[in-house]
Design a binder for this molecule. Sequence first.
Ligand code: SF4
Length: 362
Amino acid sequence: MKYLSEYRDPQVARQILAEIHRLTTRPWVVMEVCGGQTHAIVRSGIDQLLPKEITLVHGPGCPVCVTPLETIDQAIAIAASPGVIFCSFGDMLRVPGSSRDLLTARSAGADVRIVYSPLEALQLARENPASQVVFLAIGFETTAPGNAMAIIQAEREGLENFSELVCQVLVPPALRALLASPANLVQGYLAAGHVCTITGLDEYWEIARSQRVPIVATGLEANDILEGLLMLIELLEAGRCEVLNQYSRSVRPGGNLPARAAVNKVFEVVDQKWRGIGELPGSGLKIRQEYQNFDAAQRFAVGKIKVAEPVECISGLILQGLKRPDACGAFGSRCTPEKPLGATMVSSEGACAAYYLYKPLN
Ligand code: SF4
């Protein structure tokens, strides 16, 4: 599956689906880890076309969704500080903190700007030497290299008015935590292919062997997901706990070595709180001591902000694959993309937003 036309070809999809139906002999619970995969599944109706024995549950792979409330409140506190230009990807602006979001802070006078990369924030720092430019550095292993490179470049140029508020999360520790939970029902994983492009597959092999679970690194197009599912069902039906690579057009077993080196140079692994889930050991990155001048949480002393999650929102259970969005009493009524209660509704990758878009309540 190497060429563009194949990724959504209905004929290819039908052939893979027929093979999945032929091979499936008993019930299986499968988690797609990535929010982009969730959207592709719900948008293309893959969950409706699978054998009834296969249950798909949605995983924690939406970076906006798992960014803790504290980080949003810290971002708002920094953005409201005098002389700050606060930079963020657009989808973070509407994510609710404990009382407001960054968009509201902007309407109250804070200089909050949408950027498309940390390098754009760096450019703002060069152009505005009298301002402190802060970039909200969130995401999984895919965003960490760019965020690390921005700090390396800022140090090279001697830019003293650039820093990052960091909430970087790591997928394999989250999978280990989900598998260790007594409530876990998941028997196989579609891992996020773009994350594996950076990390490679070694950690996934360790999980597959130690936790006795098959994993397939899978792309984000509809036929990628169907092919990943077919490979996973083959492993499950054969009782093989291995790692396969459906996304071989991008994933190399060792990952992207220069990107990994940049991340290791700037960041170190720490325990990290995930929104709705709680603190997971070794599941996050923080800026190393050598680069602490670029750590906005230290520069603006906002590290101590702590807040509680809204009680009504069950996004934590959704992110762990224990509930689906339509099991939430607020779904589609008190919680909509226009007035979201939780991050899984506001984020374009969130499972609640996917259900709202493609599976509205009747
Ligand atoms: S529908 Fe809204 S309140 Fe319910 S789980 Fe999703 S984000 Fe939370």
